[in-house]
Write a protein that binds this ligand. Structure first.
Ligand code: C2O
Ligand code: CU
Length: 479
């Protein structure tokens, strides 16, 4: 296993491309390197739901958790054992359930052989608790992160962020859910309890001997939901709230029901939308979350429906997950016509421009990440408008994953004002912390920096890209 020093040396010696383990592989894929697993049989596993982590202790104002990052052997494809990197032995990690206004403290022990840094994606946290790329937990040591949760209900996730290693660490399993609820959300008659289900979706390459191999996305034919390859889920003929995560290191998903049935989007990265939206396909890039309500009574008891990835390559199976509607279910839940009131759209007084490139290297405004270089300076309370351009041209055919970018800001949520010169449409609604840029696309986003001062980041959430340096440093000064 390469450690960070080796990787930094490799980066200096060979440019950013040297950071991608698939560089130098033949164009025919890694099959020649040995051990490709033939297509696995779909729907062999019942879909698990990640377990909820119990606090090690509680105080009047906080819940304290302990997690050990360690390797574990898990079954991803039926009958095969895969060695993965985990939080607490679970793949994906256990779910932390937080309440708005109540602090969570997580003590993370690194029992792995690589550096790690734990970032809570979507959280307003002090810089020293943000899991910055150089602020690592060395093997054998531990670190305590404080999360104030002074924010509205939303589906967050925690994942690795150690510089140059995050893509592989996340891919190997270092990701878990962190769900914040608040009284306003709890009052809504949305599906809850067993009818509120997260779907952590990601690709993988499992070799014939079970090895989980980190490689380019076009060589990752396996699709996992909550850690199992193309599972099935038994559901009742009623409404469910599904929290969808694209946890892929390097690819987009186009999720839809195979029969085209529409569903109702209720939330995006930063929690509830003001009004529900009818959708029939979701383009999701790495890091994005979308919550939907699906009414399985539309199909009825005894039927099945497949959630598929219309963005699968021609060589891949499109199926992601099969829902089997196996029973009737009383359904007191409803989707109200008005879900919440969002804070007003920030009126930006500072404008900035960012250009994202894939070729010849993963850059933002022509530069790769340098932790010692401040790319943007702002002050707490400043509202800004950022214009972000993906300057790459569309490719003639897929795989085109590497010409997409997923622009992500730490510390703040933003609103998407415009996409390609037009007002933001359905896919860009709500509070966002990640926005998808297809080749040639331009988006304008608005945010207000704060509430904390300190060093933060913005980067592409295709993690092979951020590992390759498509990342910038923003220093927020106290007002
Ligand atoms: Cu989910 Cu800086 O990332
Ligand atoms: Cu990118």
């Amino acid at each position: 296993m390469l450690n960070r020093r080796h990787l930094l040396k490799a980066a200096v010696a060979g440019g950013a491309a040297a950071l991608f383990p698939w560089e130098g592989l033949s164009g025919t894929g890694v099959a020649a390197a040995g051990g490709e697993l033939a297509q696995s049989t779909p729907f062999a596993h019942a879909m698990p739901v990640p377990r909820t982590l119990a606090p090690a202790s509680t105080t009047a104002t906080a819940d304290l958790y302990d997690l050990r990052m360690r390797e574990a052997d898990v079954e991803i494809v039926k009958g095969l054992t895969s060695r993965v990197r985990t939080y607490g032995g679970a793949f994906p990690g256990p779910t932390i359930k937080a309440s708005s206004g109540r602090e969570v403290v997580v003590r993370q022990y690194n029992d792995l052989t690589v550096d790690t840094a734990v970032h809570l994606h979507g959280a307003h946290v002090l810089s020293e608790h943000d899991g910055l790329p150089m602020d690592v937990i060395a093997p054998g040591s531990s670190r305590t992160y404080h999360y104030p949760n002074a924010q509205r209900a939303a589906s967050l996730w925690y994942h690795d962020h150690a510089h140059h290693l995050e893509a592989e660490n996340v891919y190997m399993g270092l990701h878990g859910l962190y769900l914040i609820s608040d009284p306003e959300e709890r009052k809504l008659p949305l599906p809850r309890g067993a009818y509120d289900v997260p779907l952590v979706i990601r690709d993988a390459r499992i070799e014939a001997d079970g090895t989980l191999r980190y490689t380019r996305p076009s060589d990752c034919p396996h699709m996992l939901v909550n850690g199992k390859e193309r599972p099935y889920a038994k559901v009742a003929a009623r409404k469910y709230r599904l929290r969808l995560y694209n946890a892929c290191a390097n690819r987009y998903l186009r999720l839809r029901f195979a029969d085209g049935t529409p569903f109702t989007q209720i939330a995006s990265d930063g929690g509830l939308l003001e009004q529900p939206l009818e959708r029939d396909e979701l383009l999701m890039l790495g890091g994005e979350r979308i919550e939907v309500v699906v009414d399985f009574s539309r199909w009825g008891e005894g039927r099945s429906v497949v959630l598929e990835n219309a963005g699968a390559l021609p060589t891949e199976r499109p199926e992601v997950l099969r829902f089997d509607i196996t029973r009737a279910g009383a359904d007191p839940s409803q989707v109200p016509a008005r879900l919440t009131t969002l804070p007003p759209v920030p009126q930006g007084t500072v404008e900035r421009e960012f250009e994202l490139r894939t070729f010849p290297a993963m850059t933002i405004n022509g530069l790769t990440y340098d932790p010692d270089r401040v790319d943007v300076e702002t002050t707490v309370g400043t509202s800004e408008i950022w214009t972000i351009r993906n300057v790459e041209a569309p490719l003639a055919a897929p795989p085109d994953f590497h010409v997409y970018h997923s622009f992500h800001t730490h510390l703040v949520y933003f609103r998407v004002l415009e996409r390609n010169g037009r007002p933001a449409g359905a896919r860009d609604q709500g509070l966002k912390d990640t926005v998808c840029l297809g080749p040639g696309e331009t988006v304008k986003i608005a945010m207000t920096w704060g509430p904390y001062a300190g060093q933060y980041l913005y980067h592409c959430h295709q993690l092979g890209h951020s590992s390759g340096g498509q990342m910038g440093r923003i220093d927020v000064r106290a007002a």
